[in-house]
Design a protein around this ligand. Sequence first.
Ligand code: SF4
Length: 67
Amino acid sequence: MKKEYTNGEITVVWQADKCIHCGNCAKGLPQVFKPREKPWIQMESASSEEIAAQVAECPSGALSLKD
Ligand code: SF4
């Protein structure tokens, strides 16, 4: 499953099958990455810079940025 979330400036690509459930995203930026909510990535809750920095901390590649 592949989904995209955008704030109009950057787009986060989510590939569920790659996720190793390390928790980095929800710990690092809990106002954006909310695994229990829908949508689980809430792009309006932080700046593009903060979201991009957190996406870069995903060890599995489940989160990435669309060029
Ligand atoms: S940081 Fe990446 S691998 Fe870890 S829980 Fe979040 S999406 Fe999954």
